[in-house]
Design a protein around this ligand. Structure first.
Ligand code: EPZ
Length: 428
């Protein structure tokens, strides 16, 4: 398995181009099931998770061509066509690899009026049930049974538009129902819908395919179902989690980093936090510049919340910054029940962090010491890379396959700004 070595203590100077968002591309790929016409996606990042999603769609009968880009920061082009009829079984051995496969449930029901999709199961950060997805689809007339770990769903005459209020904010459930409603009979009103930008991006793609949707970007989305959707071309939204990760990298390492191909509004809550820790944020016409003089960051509390609040997917990375803080900070994780697995790994580097319930109490240290550490999940592994940038010595991060699921060529993007970082192929 690959490992990554980071030699700490180098400042960063230069440009980091941001790729298309994993969490936008995944539902967009699933949306291709809704139409017989080709869906062309541009600015597609080259990520392992997208490969898993493409593998699933090919099993379902979708033709996929994917021209991957070799130029850093330039996305690839993916063409998906589902002339039909589509297969409707999403098997366990694919879904268990990547829980976002569950996004095919809504589109399969809408298009083929039936689906047999493996329950995704939990993952490292929590149980991650899908009860809200199922409640919403049942409200739209789907008959749903659970059989041997599979969701068996059917709606012989097609889905019916419905009024559905989400009992809790759920990104994936909002996306599944948004796609399902686009081909349902009649009007669907989704209330308490999640506000993550990836949902608006998906909605705009569906509209380009011929869907009738209003209220995108608000908690109340109205969809008038149409008989069929057609071809479209749509650019994948820039990755706000990648953007935030590199902004934090600059705040830890010090220097001046120009983050391009992204937007300030996608990471406003993080940038406000970074400003309070002492980083200088300069908006540019295609992203932002982060300037930091290498002094210790001010210790500032943070609490994860649904968008537009501080995102849970940046919690681990922000904790790496606070590990160098000038005092005590409290980081509260309100979205997932087990998202502190990076804590024992950061502690191996000398970080002083204690956990009380859903809150990590971080006592900042002037310096951390390099150590061999273990990546446990996607975002936690990036926090170890960031801590390595500020630690003394060579940090070795093991099991970097977690990283490759959601960060495109991270070692190249950092080394071109002066970081001492390299991938050690197939060792350890
Ligand atoms: C999406 O997951 C993202 N994944 C996650 O990113 C992200 O952390 C999460 O949204 C929150 O922003 C993708 O977009 C592919 P939720 P999702 O439904 O849709 C509970 C990453 O690192 N819940 O908003 O699964 C759930 O357990 C990943 O890229 C239910 O109880 O998140 C969680 O506690 C990690 N029942 C909370 O709601 C349900 O039916 C929020 O989950 C659905 C969710």
């Amino acid at each position: 398995m690959d490992r990554i070595r980071i030699g700490g203590g180098r400042r960063l100077h230069g440009e980091i181009p941001i790729s298309g968002a994993k969490n936008a591309a995944l539902p967009l790929i699933a949306a291709s099931l809704l139409s017989s016409g080709p869906l062309t996606l541009t600015n597609v990042p080259n990520l392992v998770d997208l490969g898993s999603m493409v593998e699933l769609l090919e099993v379902l009968g979708v033709g996929v061509t994917w021209e991957k880009s070799s130029v850093l920061g330039v996305g690839g082009v993916m063409r998906l066509s589902a002339p039909g009829p589509v297969a409707t079984l999403a098997p366990y051995d694919i879904v268990r690899k990547m829980r976002a496969s569950f996004f095919v449930l809504g589109p399969l029901l809408a298009r083929a009026h039936q689906a047999r999709v493996s329950l995704p199961g939990g993952c490292a950060i929590g149980a991650r049930p899908v009860d809200v997805h199922l409640k919403g689809l049942a409200a739209m007339g789907a008959a749903i049974e659970l059989e041997e770990g599979y969701v068996v769903a059917s709606c012989p005459g097609g889905l019916q538009g419905a009024e559905f209020e989400f009992p809790m904010v759920s990104v994936g459930a909002t996306e599944n129902l948004l796609m399902a409603a686009s081909l349902a009979h009649g009007r669907t009103v989704l209330s308490n819908a999640a506000l993550e930008p990836e949902i608006k991006d998906l909605g705009e793609c569906l509209i380009a395919m011929g869907a009738k949707i209003s209220g995108l970007g608000t908690t109340r989305i109205v969809i008038d179902g149409v008989a069929e959707l057609g071809p479209a071309t749509h650019p994948v939204l820039p990755d706000r989690i990648e953007t935030g990760t590199y902004a934090i990298a600059a705040a830890i390492a010090g220097g001046e980093v120009d983050i391009t191909g992204t937007r300030v509004d996608l990471v406003a809550s993080l940038l406000m936090l970074l400003k309070r820790t002492g980083a200088e944020i300069i908006p540019t016409d295609n992203g932002m510049k982060i300037v930091r003089d290498g002094r210790r960051p001010r210790s500032i509390d943070a609490r994860t919340e649904p968008f537009p609040g501080f995102p849970t997917d940046l919690q681990a990375q922000y904790m790496a910054l606070m590990a160098f803080g000038d005092g005590l900070s409290h980081i509260q994780e309100t979205i997932f029940e087990n998202r502190f697995m990076h804590v024992p790994e950061l502690a191996r580097m000398g970080a002083d962090i204690s956990i009380e319930g859903d809150t990590a109490i971080v006592r900042g240290q002037a310096r951390l010491k390099a150590a061999p550490v273990m990546a446990t999940d996607l975002r936690a592994s990036s926090s170890l890379i960031l801590a390595g940038l500020g630690a003394e010595g060579n940090t070795i991060v093991n099991r970097v396959y977690h990283l490759d699921r959601g960060f495109e060529r991270i070692e190249e993007k950092l080394s071109r700004c002066g970081a001492d970082i390299e991938r050690l192929r197939g060792e350890g």
